[in-house]
Design a protein. Structure first.
Lengths: 158, 517
């Protein structure tokens, strides 16, 4: 089971067309594609490039510039752990290292059961309730090892 | 019907505000209590979140921090009137952290329902735009000039002067762009306004559009803020529906509309020219200046680009007059600054105060020292590109020039506190690592310098050739500071050099005592 649709050129073209009337539509298009497919599939780049009348190389440059755009779909849930200074001051790095160690994955990787991808994030604006994280689009603050384990268990069970 | 306020601010949500609201609603239903739950913004006292407030004839009474499992006990103690409960805080307006503030920009945040236009107007909203319309565009710009407002993103450039340049610039069309790419760790003021008082931003940008002759505005929000994006989009829809955005704003004879654009996880897109490139759909590469964005900005057109807090400060300035704003402050820093106390701090949150308060007062008295209870060792002011201040510099007044005089910056107003367990050499290494990760790559000092900086720091941390590597680090920082195109590479030396200057003991060989050198 996955949250995302498999690659479908027709669907991608629809998404692209829906944004073409906007000024500077590249980022809105890429966000919408990632929402649909979980990533920016390589097959999508020439379609967007053609629609925006730019080269494939330029399009690839845009896609790869931004940390958020993925080359492959993530697991069923994405846990983003904050690695910025405010969370560091509250032990965020230790918390993250211990979780990755127990899951047996590195930053950006997915657990073997396909349930959870753990990504770094540099600040969620929750700097007075550190350490912080975001599970999918739900924010979590004042994390402790126990709370983090609970979140992970919830995501892997779902 | 008793009105209960439970914040929808994401810091409150991160600590369980939704669950508290659900638990309270369930208890009220079960016991037949007549409670109306309003989801307000946050007051900015994050150590008390979720802060539950009860409206009474004597003002709002607070309880916090309330966990979902506290709700049953609160009800048993007599909530909404449970003054003896251990979580009872008494009148919220009397809490010292709040009472000592001068809230101009954040006057409504935490008080109102963020998505109620009626609430916004009842608390002074749209009086600023009404006055701007009566003054006319040119005089509106002058009023902002007179207020002394300087860019709250960090550069501190006078906002009114920028507006005047755009007003006088010629272009087929003009834009108003709000930089809400709040990437600095330790900052959350932009997020709090978007989630807690979004109409203030809409009104501020509308005033800017009226004053400069722009018809279209963009709010560039980082993708890490999904709640802020949702709140902002909802508020824009409401404003449009009420004729406050659209073809004839407030029946004032001018058109202006707004759109939220989502970033994609790039820190450097908070640099204004990189943000413009990103809005245009390109890689977020910094542009060389000149031309200034005020002359050739978004899509090559004259553009007003301000930080979110700058825009959100404008409705107060127009409504109350420039003098009311400029009357408070310190030196050339006029008005108030929403200072954000973050990291390892006991009383973390947003503290809006006139410039001039000392760093020590902010950290020790307002913030109450560390959350861990250990001694404060360092405070990073102004985000990942800001300097680390030791206790010895706690007398520094909060002011653009005073911080600069001590090789620091106030940036967007963040202060991140570290206790005595911090390793400052590691923090210096992180500054280089972050720059390497986020550099747009356009200029060499930043792109290459940051990677070399990481390597030098690794050697220092490993205790190799200390004096040679320190000399190299200083030289590299000097090159980055003076040779980079923008603040990304140009300011990364601030955290690195301040760590080295103020905490040299952390840069010694770890395995050997200092005397062995």
């Amino acid at each position: 089971m996955t949250r995302y649709a498999p690659w479908n050129e027709g669907r991608a073209s629809e998404i692209i067309s829906a944004h073409l009337a906007e000024e500077g539509p590249a980022l809105p298009i890429l966000h919408a594609l990632q929402e649909e497919f979980g990533c920016i599939p390589r097959e999508a780049e020439p379609l967007v490039a053609h629609a925006l009348n730019i080269t494939r190389a330029e399009m690839h440059g845009v896609v790869t510039f931004y940390h958020e755009f993925r080359a492959h779909p993530p697991g069923r849930h994405v846990l983003r752990l904050c690695r910025a200074e405010a969370c560091q001051s509250m032990g965020g790095e230790r918390l993250a290292a211990s979780l990755l160690d127990r899951l047996g994955i590195d930053w950006g990787e997915t657990t073997a059961d396909g349930a959870l991808t753990v990504e770094p994030v540099f600040c969620l604006g929750l700097c007075a309730t550190a350490p912080s994280a975001m599970l999918d689009e739900r924010v979590k603050g004042r994390l402790t090892p126990a709370k983090l384990d609970h979140l992970v268990a919830e995501a892997r069970g779902a | 019907m008793t009105r209960i306020f439970i914040p929808r601010d994401s810091a409150a949500l991160a600590c369980g505000a939704d669950e508290v609201a659900e638990a309270l609603a369930a208890q009220a239903r079960a016991r037949g209590l007549a409670l109306e739950i309003v989801r307000n913004g946050s007051r900015g006292m994050f150590w008390l979140e979720p802060l539950v407030e009860v409206e009474t004839p004597a003002g709002r009474i607070g309880y916090g921090p309330v966990a979902p499992e506290d709700v049953a006990g609160l009800i048993a103690a007599g909530f909404p009137a449970a003054p003896a409960h251990p979580l009872a805080l008494g009148p919220v307006a009397e809490i010292a952290f709040l009472k000592r503030q001068t809230r101009f920009t954040f006057a409504r945040c935490g008080l109102t329902d963020p998505l109620s236009l009626a609430d916004y107007r009842a608390h002074g909203g749209y009086r600023g735009l009404a006055r701007a319309l009566s003054l006319g565009a040119a005089e509106t710009v002058e009023e902002v000039v007179r207020s002394g407002l300087r860019g709250r993103g960090g550069a501190g450039f006078p906002t009114g002067v920028k507006w005047k340049t755009v007003r006088e610039a010629r272009g087929a069309r003009k834009y108003v762009v709000c930089n809400a790419d709040e990437g600095d760790s330790g900052t959350f003021a932009d997020r709090m306004i978007m989630e807690g008082d979004p109409f203030a931003l809409i009104e501020g940008m509308t005033i800017a559009a009226f004053a400069t002759g722009a018809a279209k505005g963009y709010i560039y929000v980082r993708s890490e803020y999904p709640d802020a994006i949702a709140a902002m989009n909802a508020a824009i829809g409401l404003a449009r529906g009420a004729g406050l955005l659209g073809p004839d704003v407030m029946a004032g004879g001018f058109a202006f509309d707004l759109e939220v654009r989502k970033g994609a996880g790039s820190y450097v897109c908070g640099e204004e020219t990189a943000m413009l490139e990103s809005l245009e759909g390109k890689r977020g590469m910094v542009r060389a200046k000149p031309p200034l964005p005020a002359h050739k900005g978004l899509f090559g057109q004259p553009s007003v680009i301000n930080n979110l807090v700058s825009f959100a400060s404008v409705p107060f300035i127009l409504a109350e007059g420039a003098k009311a704003y400029a009357d408070v402050g310190f030196g050339r820093s006029r008005g108030t600054m929403p200072i954000q106390l973050a990291g390892n701090i006991r009383h973390g949150g947003l503290y809006e105060i006139a410039f001039g308060v000392s760093l020590g007062e902010l950290i020790d008295e307002v913030g109450g020292g560390t959350a861990s209870g250990r001694p404060v060792r360092a405070v990073q002011a102004g985000g990942p590109l800001g300097a680390y201040f030791p206790r010895a510099l706690f007398d520094t007044p909060y002011d653009y020039e005073a911080f600069a005089a001590r090789d620091g910056l106030i940036g967007h107003g963040g202060l991140v506190v570290f206790d005595d367990t911090v390793d400052m050499a590691r923090q210096a290494r992180f500054a280089m690592e972050f720059c390497a990760l986020e550099s747009c790559g356009k200029c060499t000092p930043c792109r290459i310098g940051s990677v070399r900086g990481m390597e030098v720091m690794d050697r220092l941390i490993a205790g190799e050739n200390r004096s040679a590597n320190l000399a190299l680090l200083r030289d590299l920082c000097n090159t980055m500071k003076w040779g980079s195109l923008c603040a990304m590479g140009g300011f990364t030396p601030y955290p690195v050099m301040s760590a080295l200057t103020h905490f040299p003991e952390d840069f010694g060989p770890h395995s050997l005592p200092a005397a062995a050198e």
